[in-house]
Design a protein around this ligand. Sequence first.
Ligand code: AHG
Ligand code: MN
Ligand code: MN
Length: 334
Amino acid sequence: MPQKNKTLGEFIIENQEEFRYSSGELSRLINSIRLAAKVVNHEVNKAGLVDILGTAGDTNIQGEDQQKLDIYANNAFIRTLTNREIVCGIASEEEDDFITIKGRNEQHDNKYVVLIDPLDGSSNIDVNVSVGTIFSVYRRITPSGTPVTLEDFLQPGNKQVAAGYIIYGTSTMLVYSTGHGVNGFTLNPAIGTFYLSHPNMKFPKDGTIYSVNEGNYVHFPQGIKDYIKYCQEEEGDRPYTSRYIGSLVSDLHRNMIKGGIYIYPNTAKNPKGKLRLLYECNPMAFVIEQAGGMASDGFTKILDIKPTELHQRIPFICGSLNMVLKAKQFMQNV
Ligand code: AHG
Ligand code: MN
Ligand code: MN
């Protein structure tokens, strides 16, 4: 069990040999995410003070309003991950296509691709509710020395070498996994240092919270409707409590600490679901499974799905193991 009170910097150095490919590059990559997290945290925290609120008057490829902070966070992460001779490509929810990054001497020999949702829950910015960042890291599969291709980004989630999220909440936390459990670090804003505050995080096997946007209820698949009715029935530890913030990062973070299930099913408006497989579901599924929870589209493990496109959407059911198993039963019994 990792010791509390150590800094993220110390933790990264001490655990470097646990990384699947321990050349130090993945450590440096996590370090650059740590830096970008602090930069974005600073900006998010002063959002109410300066003229930064509101939409930037542009839409992303998925037709959604881009918030100013979406763009700021996107640029901050791309800037920080570039020019460190580690990352050969970045795909972001806010970019139409992936970005190719050259390494030393203009060569295409960097190893890792990073996929990010730079600002998750951005509709919550204007109302001072927690937002987050989600990131996912893979080793490239095309040969070193050649430019990255789409194939490098369309790997199934079970090939991730690291994934995690940052939550800009009542305190700012970075929670991540490199495939050896999940650890959470809390930022001390006074000195700009992340400390290990939540070592070896575990998703409770059971829970009493269900998180779903019930405004869409009439458009849900029958299995999800039936499961929601089950959550609301009076029996044993039910009815469960309904908690829905509308920031995936915040809803999942709470459920991971308290025990619960998060559901974003396919609906009439979003027939394939709303959440993005590559930027949101895969990295969250990696963290959830590393913490002993489960993530599924109702039928298949999220991490086993072979992506077909960058901005692919997928129904997402995840959280406490026994709750997700139950929801899957309802899905599969219709
Ligand atoms: P993003 O801000 O990156 O576009 O993500 C928003 C996502 C997710 O964070 C959240 O759980 C979900 O959209 C909320 O959707 P609804 O408003 O449809 O419930
Ligand atoms: Mn998001
Ligand atoms: Mn986003």
